[in-house]
Design a protein around this ligand. Structure first.
Ligand SMILES: Cc1ncc(COP(=O)(O)O)c(C=O)c1O
Length: 414
């Protein structure tokens, strides 16, 4: 076969090759660059070390900024006890495990912290994963099979959604926290269907609590099992800090409790706790667990140390919830539209997307970092303020006055 080497033929070939190139969509993906040009890009801010930073502050570029966007709810990431536990674990075990838990990657430390986590959420057994995302994805996809039904709240985190999509169960989504709709979905299941109900304890964007009492009351008589993601409740809510299910008096009735290490536990990793038979099943069948290297000792030890502090220092969560309630009230007093809630997450509704981006940028210029959450990540555009135990009344006062000033300057509707 002879190739037509004329310039026109070569150009046509190049054009066709470009159009058929799997990378073409990447070259035409200009949304981040467009936002950068408009001065509205708010992602991948690069933080530096925390040397010399006061509690509540982080370093961004050359300056220190007040952090109202972190999920380090109990201010434990820089706690000397947590850092020392991580350092000591590296010295004793080395920097990684180089293998799957199933084969050569299980340390005595994994086993110890799993037992502590299980006891903390009053379950028989627990399994640690590499991240919270992995925990949800692995557990939902491994636990359910063809013919089963998964009943999911509409506002679930992406890790739960992906786990549900990966599973071959029939997935039904009930309207967010809508018990009537939940009941109708439950009644639509066949008498022999095996049902898993999935909810977050604290919803990650809006910060509202699931109606776990309602879910338990309807689901349990129907024989359904309940899985609760406590990413944002663990360490923060409940008489002992065990999460939203404990706060709502349903901890013993929910079957599986998932938690992440990346928030109140000041590390990285995730876990699922529940009946021993279920956890043993996951340990042998959850593919992201079986076919992935185990969590390094430093991360496990840091989470273990944070867990000890959670048990011993309830004043951290009490102070955190008090400061969050105070912020919620002061923002409302100034006419801001703040979503209802009783958690560390204080979301302010900013209707217009561009206004929200401008606002976040302007706040940062004033030395305050807050995450903007754009639809469809939440049902409304939100300035998602997240409080931590490091925040003081002075921080709250600075945040509220800066917010008022910036909103005024930018002409943004409250
Ligand atoms: C509700 C919820 N579940 C799971 C995760 C995933 O946790 P991780 O970031 O530790 O992987 C998150 C993270 O933001 C979350 O908000």
């Amino acid at each position: 076969m002879s190739l037509n080497t004329s310039p026109a033929a070569a150009a046509a070939r190049d054009k066709k090759a470009a159009a058929n190139d799997i990378f073409e969509k990447c070259r035409t993906f200009t949304r981040p660059a467009d936002l950068q040009h408009a001065g509205l890009y708010m992602y991948f801010e690069t933080f530096g070390d925390r040397e010399g930073c006061e509690p509540g502050e982080v370093r961004l570029g050359g300056s220190k900024v007040l952090m109202f966007g972190s999920n380090d709810y109990l201010d434990l990431i820089t706690d000397p006890r947590v850092k020392e536990a991580a350092g000591q674990a590296i010295r004793k075990y080395g920097s990684g495990c180089s293998g799957s838990r199933l084969l050569n990657g299980t340390l005595d430390l994994h086993v110890k912290v799993e037992a502590e986590l299980a006891a903390f959420v009053r379950k028989e057994s627990a399994i640690i994963f590499g991240t919270g995302f992995q925990a949800n994805y692995a557990a939902l996809s491994a636990l359910t099979e063809k013919g089963d039904v998964m009943l999911c709240d509409h506002n679930l985190h992406a890790s739960l959604v992906e786990g549900a999509l990966r599973s071959s169960a029939r997935v039904m989504r009930f309207r967010h926290n809508d018990l009537d709709h939940f009941e109708r979905c439950l009644n639509n299941c066949g008498p022999d269907d095996k049902v898993l109900v999935v909810s977050e304890g604290v919803f990650s964007m809006e910060g509202d609590l699931a109606d776990l009492r309602g879910l338990v009351t309807l689901a349990k008589p129907a024989g359904a099992r309940i899985y609760v993601d406590e990413a944002h409740g663990l360490g923060v809510l409940g008489p002992t800090g065990a999460g939203a299910a404990e706060q709502l008096g349903t901890l013993d009735e929910v079957d599986l409790v998932m938690g992440t290490f990346s928030k109140a536990l000041a590390s990285v990793g995730g876990f699922v706790a529940g009946p021993r038979a279920v956890i043993d099943y996951l340990k042998h069948t959850a593919r992201p667990f079986v076919f992935s290297a185990s969590l390094p000792a430093a991360s496990v030890a840091a989470a273990g140390a944070a867990l000890e502090i959670i048990k011993q220092e309830p004043e951290r969560r009490v102070g955190l919830l008090k400061i969050a309630a105070q912020l919620r009230q002061e923002l409302r007093n100034q006419g801001f539209s703040v979503l209802d809630g009783e958690t560390a997450i204080v979301p302010v509704v900013i209707r217009d997307e561009i206004d929200l981006c401008r606002l976040s940028k302007a706040l940062l210029a004033e030395g305050i970092y807050i995450n903007p959450v754009l639809k469809p990540a939440a049902a409304q555009n939100l300035l998602r303020i997240s409080c931590t135990a490091a925040h003081t009344e002075a921080h709250i006062a600075r945040l509220v006055s800066t917010l008022m000033k910036v909103v005024e300057e930018l002409g943004i509707e409250r």
